[in-house]
Each structure stands twice: as structure tokens, then as C-alpha cells.
Design a protein around this ligand. Sequence first.
Ligand code: LHQ
Length: 259
Amino acid sequence: TVLAELDSGVLKLTLNRPEKLNSFNEEMHLALRAQVQRAHDEDAIRAVLLTGAGRGFCAGQDLGDRDPRKGGPKPDLGHTIETFYNPTLRLIRALEKPVICAVNGVAAGAGANIAFACDIVLAAKSAKFIQAFSKIGLIPDAGGSWSLTRILGEPRAKALTLTAEPLMAETAADWGLIWKALDDEALIPEAEALAAKLAAGPTLGLGLTKRLIHEAATNDLDTHLDRERDCQREAGRSDDYAEGVTAFLEKRPASFRGK
Ligand code: LHQ
């Protein structure tokens, strides 16, 4: 359900249930989480690229898995979230390596919000984002009520989630919700080139940068200036800093090893 290819430091993950628009069943949840955990564990992985197979990126939870017409007790969706979505969301955010998301087609429900948890989101111009939850009586999960509010502010976050109106990729880019909307055929080549470039980067410094940007949401300026001092101290001791400065002085491209 998740294709994984490791090439030149990039772990490319492709959600692969195209006949169901890559919606999440239990197997796909566990497969994605295992791959993101692998990205934490393996030094050879220096960037992750997440995309979807077929015409969709991800349609959120597989709604066929829970047919109310079949009767039985009311479901505990909190359990589904705690067991499946939240651990993966936390792992993506905590990964001290860049995570690029290439949204190749429709991203609905938790599928959209997993994309927004990634560090750099590129989308095909034909792709759209739908906060589908309100259509079925649910709240925006997979971090959506947090990320949309942080990124867009309350007015747009409320309108998108309360109405479930689709948001086209170009508008999402105009609003700063994603990095770029690209011509459909350019999406994967550009995403792969970006992932390769980041995987050849100073991974330790990139990881610290990601961490600082996350902390900025809750730190006051004084605390944050101290955190920048501490992280710069750490970055300054890395082999990649020495290499970066040496390469600059020698007027050649730097060859980073990620530490
Ligand atoms: C699907 C799905 C799908 C199964 C398309 N499931 N089959 C929820 C509950 C529990 C715990 C915690 O969290 C969550 C989080 C959530 O993610 S809630 C939101 C769940 N997702 C949705 O409500 C989106 C449902 N899908 C749609 O609204 C449409 O499919 C979209 C707008 C994504 C795409 O529309 P179309 O391009 O018109 O495609 P389609 O509807 O024809 O779908 C193609 C096939 O994929 C179709 O199957 P079929 O056998 O008829 O060809 C769909 O049934 C299937 N599919 N999404 N979530």
C-alpha cells in the first residue's frame, strides 16, 4: 500500500491504493508510519518525498471500512486517531530531515492535512484540497484545525472547514498554504529535483532549521534568540559547516555529508 524507493539519500514514498484514491486503511496507515520511522532511523536517508499513485493524492480515511448500515456499536474515532493518524503526524513533524510532499491530485480530509504537515508542499495545478470532514459530520483532524489556523488565520480556516469547498492548488499557493502549484507534468520531476537537492544538503543544519521554525510558534523572542544561539553553536561544530566555508573560499560547490 506504500511504495518505498531509496535513491541518493531520498526516500520516495508513494501512497498506493489508487482505486480508492489512496484513502487510508489500516495497512496503509501502518506502512506509512513504518517508512517515516525508517527515515528517522537510517542515516542514509536525508530527505523524504511523499506522493500518491494514480489520479489522486489521498482521499483521507477509507470510509468503506466503517459502514454504519452494518450496525454494531458506535465507533471510537478517537481511538483511530490516537492509534493511526497522530503518531504519523508527530513523526513527520519531528523528523529532522526535510519532508517534501508532491500533491499529484485531489487531497481530501486527512489526506489534505497530512500534506500540510510536510515541510515543503508542491501541488499539480489540477490538484485540489478539500476539508471533507464537515460533509460527514466530523471535525478536521490530522492536525488540520491547527495547521490551517496557523497558516491561514481564522477566517479562511473556518470557511474551508465549515463549507468543505474545494481549494484549487493555485489558490492554495497564493494563500501561502503550499509552496508552489506546478504544471501537472512538471510536478514529479520538480519534486524529485528538490528532494535530491535537499538530500545533498547539510542535513544537520536543515534539521535544526526545521526545529527552530516549529518552536517559533510558541517561543517569545528572548527565548527564541537563545535557541538560535544554541542551534548555531551546534551547526557551527558540524563537518558540513567546515566544508561549506572551505568550498566557498575555494570557489567550488560544497560536498555535504549531512553531519
Ligand atoms: C473512497 C474514498 C474514501 C473509500 C474516494 N474512502 N473510498 C475519518 C474517520 C475516522 C477516523 C479518523 O479520521 C477520519 C479522517 C478523514 O479523513 S474524514 C474524510 C474522509 N474522506 C472523505 O470524506 C472524502 C471522500 N471522497 C470524496 O469526497 C471524493 O471521492 C473526492 C472528492 C476525494 C474525489 O471525487 P472524485 O474525483 O469524483 O472521485 P470518486 O468519488 O469517484 O472516487 C473514486 C473512487 O475512490 C470511488 O470508488 P468507485 O469504486 O466508486 O470507483 C470512491 O468510492 C473511492 N473513494 N474516496 N475516503
